[in-house]
Design a binder for this molecule. Structure first.
Ligand code: PNW
Length: 481
């Protein structure tokens, strides 16, 4: 299927927000320093067998100490935007109450470096690192008490950092935090004892916490600070395996259980009908006031996207009743011809275009779509191999060509932030998986931009995207049945 055309050259709007993303626990290090208290991820990492190689974010990229050099690096690359997260347990070591002034200083210094370098900060309030003291006090996200505490934490962030921050994200990927934290137990807090109930309960409280933080921002800060606030959801594209009603229904359920679970309450005021039918009273209900609070509670649609699956009815994972994964009745299937990343995630650029257009059609999000993560882990055995990350470059060229196509087809996409700026602590995979466009040597902490960093850099500087002819940009894929 060789495409014999010349390279395609794709222009992006001048105000397109190009940049890179990270998260606090994955890069900061200084985990038990400077007044920070443990989060549920510190605890999870200390349980033998939970994280590859016994790794943790204790040191990570030492970004807490190296932030000034890291911003210099971003400036040299010409990044227009940088997404990072605030560590709740660094800012509020007791989960609530008095802020830790060293944390306030740290994030203010980081923000002032970014602003003086002309880099727009995009700030996530919660990237999975709940203060352990709140887990101990009332079981964290399983309790309604977390809603007030999250709102208070958010208000402290708006007070301390809101004059510099114009783009706030309440929660990162609540799907992962709920499905992996309370269903499979692969993520903190590592619970899988009641997988038919706890994921739904945690998600319910996350949605309400999100909505209360948004209301707080809109009522008390938005007029004076002039920023916007939204949520980031993760979604893989799901393509029906066959052209039949059963596989199409499986596609709908797959979309509902991953994206609709959170996007429907926010954009439509209710959980998806499929979830309500199949979960019965295991799915909590929103009161009328809560529906009003949730509806429209995102100024933009933050999207993290990595991969695509074909789907048909069936079960993925261990059958236990009732169970979050079994509830969906979806089997994920990959085409054996697809190339895979080091995570084992399939590289399927056309799925990105389909997903972006589907979100545009299904939710027509006010404020547009901001891609807050996309990227890939590649096995890089040597430094030389890492710096010539041709697989990552091709991944990005393919996915960005499809994003461009989605824009041409009407998807209102405001920006794109690659995951990730730095190789970092990849959760339960520890340091074994490298997502960075910048290489990190974890012995010396030396940073070196990879070829993919130069690609992102060229786009930040307003250059057009060159897509080599060997990269197929078409939604006409060869069916796999
Ligand atoms: C996202 N999945 O995590 C997170 O937002 C990042 O912190 C993370 O480093 C990045 O993507 C790469 O993994 C995900 O199992 C973790 O589908 C797991 C899944 C998806 C996203």
């Amino acid at each position: 299927l060789l495409n014999v055309n010349d390279d395609r050259v794709l222009p992006f709007p001048a105000d397109f927000l190009w940049g890179a993303a990270t998260a606090a626990y994955q890069i900061e290090g200084a985990a038990d320093k400077e007044g920070r208290s443990p989060s549920i991820w510190d605890t999870f990492c200390s349980i033998p067998g939970k994280v590859h190689n016994g790794d943790s974010g204790a040191h990570a990229c030492e970004h807490y100490y190296r932030y000034a050099d890291d911003v210099k690096l971003m400036k040299d690359l010409g990044l227009k935007a940088y997404r990072f997260s605030i560590s709740w347990s660094r800012l509020l070591p007791a989960g609530t109450g008095k802020p830790n002034h060293r944390a306030v200083d740290f994030y203010q210094s980081l923000l002032s470096e970014l602003c003086s370098s002309g880099i727009t900060p995009v700030v996530t309030l919660y990237h999975w690192d709940l203060p352990q003291c709140l887990e101990d006090k009332y079981s964290g996200w399983l309790s309604r008490e977390v809603i007030d505490d999250f709102e208070y934490y958010a208000s402290v962030c708006f007070d301390c950092f809101g004059s510099e921050v114009k783009h706030w994200i309440t929660l990162n990927e609540p799907w992962c935090a709920c499905a992996l934290g309370y269903g499979s137990g692969e993520h903190a807090p590592g619970r899988s004892q009641d997988p038919g109930k706890e994921p739904y309960l945690a998600a319910h409280h996350m949605l309400l916490a999100h909505a209360r933080a948004v209301k707080c921002y809109r009522d008390q800060y938005q007029n004076t600070q002039g920023g916007n606030i939204g949520i980031t959801l993760n979604m893989d594209w799901k393509e029906p395996l066959g052209d039949n009603a059963a596989d199409q229904a499986a596609q709908r359920r797959a979309l509902d259980w991953q994206l609709g679970w959170f996007a429907d309450p926010i954009y439509k005021g209710a959980y998806p009908a499929t979830m309500r039918e199949r979960c019965g009273d295991r799915l909590p209900e929103f009161s009328d006031n809560e529906v009003e609070l949730l509806k429209g509670s995102s100024d933009f649609f933050g999207l993290n996207h990595y991969s695509t699956d074909f789907v048909s009815p069936g079960e993925d994972g261990p059958p236990a009743t009732p169970n979050f994964f079994a509830d969906q009745d979806v089997k994920n299937i990959s085409d054996p011809r697809w190339q895979r990343t080091d995570m084992g995630w399939d590289i399927v650029p056309w799925g990105f275009e389909k997903l972006l257009c589907w979100i545009q059609k299904e939710y027509a999000p006010a404020g547009g779509i901001l891609v807050t993560e996309n990227g890939c882990a590649i096995r890089e055995n040597t430094e030389a191999e890492a710096l010539q990350d041709s697989t990552r470059v091709e991944y990005l060229q393919g996915y960005l060509a499809q994003l461009h196509k989605a824009m041409a087809n009407g998807a209102a996409i405001k920006g794109y932030l690659v995951w990730s700026l730095l190789d970092n602590f990849e959760w339960s995979f520890g340091y074994a998986k490298r997502f960075g466009i910048v290489r990190v040597d974890f012995v010396t902490q030396q940073r070196t931009p990879k070829a993919s960093a130069h690609l992102i850099s060229s786009l930040c500087k307003g250059e057009k995207l060159r897509v080599p002819s060997r990269i197929h940009v078409s939604s006409e894929f060869v069916p796999f049945h």
